[in-house]
Design a protein around this ligand. Sequence first.
Ligand code: 8X3
Length: 254
Amino acid sequence: MSTAATRTAVVTGASSGIGAATARQLAAAGHHVVLTARRKDRIEALAAEINAAGHSAAAHALDVTDRAAVDAFAASLERCDVLVNNAGGALGAEPVATGDPADWRTMYEVNVIGTLHVTQALLPALTASGDGTVVVLSSTAGHSTYEGGAGYVAAKNGARVLAETLRLEIVGQPVRVIEIAPGMVKTEEFATTRFRGDADKAAKVYAGVAHPLSADDVADTITWAVTRPSHVNIDLLVVRPRAQASNTKVHRDL
Ligand code: 8X3
């Protein structure tokens, strides 16, 4: 169980994929992990699994786009040493000419405003910890664009800029700001959500790629960055599968 001396890590979007894997790994690394996501049943089951494994976790249902709920969540925490802003995702892959503005708005709301809400709400506790860490899960999409990606690329650029700017603004305070930018990661939900449940379109994203990254691969880089000595700030970590040289250059055995 957690004690006053246990560092607390909050993970958003912890119900599946990279968030769930990060929660497991940070708990195994000795953190008390607070799992947040909209799907309460999932995070409660994951918290139970982590506790049954002898580690420490709690679950708190949260929609990061709901500022009042985020503020109430922040007020409920005894402490916060690590925040992993993982909640986010892609919706649609239409070209600019036909993309749905509603999808763009939703992606901006979750990936940027959601990250802003939780970061703002927890920054006082992270600073008070004397050794805080903010992780922003951006994406290689936050660093260069690709056809059909504009809405997601724009949102992930927003997340990247939030991390970069925050690092400038709080230098001198005891809080690190780490950006992790994954490339192709095969999770159970990312592509399926993007293509609105179309399993064929989702499968094509990974077609012929022998080893896309897994959620565990990315969680490993997050956990590594978070567990470096306090004075070491991994500003930006870009991680791709070996088969992916850029957003548009992927080796496929087809
Ligand atoms: C996911 C990477 O290539 O689907 O963040 O935009 S990509």
